[in-house]
Design a protein around this ligand. Sequence first.
Ligand SMILES: [Zn+2]
Length: 113
Amino acid sequence: MSNRCDGCNQFATIVDSYVPRQDPYSKEPSKVIHLCQLCVDEDIRNWKRFGWMPMRQIKAAYEEQLAKDMGFIWKKDSIDGQGIWVKPAKIKKGKYIIEEVIDDGIEGTDRSD
Ligand SMILES: [Zn+2]
């Protein structure tokens, strides 16, 4: 099946997809992001460089292996009731690390008030 990849905007074979987290300030529901193999490979390289996992409403298939490679586990029922990837060592340090990650996943959140 050939379709347009949302990563590189080229027509390509779609091998993976995910749904980004809903922007709390947007009324529009999150759209499915389709990715070709090149974009999946680049995504994986980028996340490995960041040393952290993506925060998505619906995970991409590649995230399971990426999490294994980087030592993350899926923790359900987090602060927003969904779930997040966490490193077991960081859970033990308290919830500050987890909150930090959620804030990183939502751009433009103003918490100064
Ligand atoms: Zn692509």
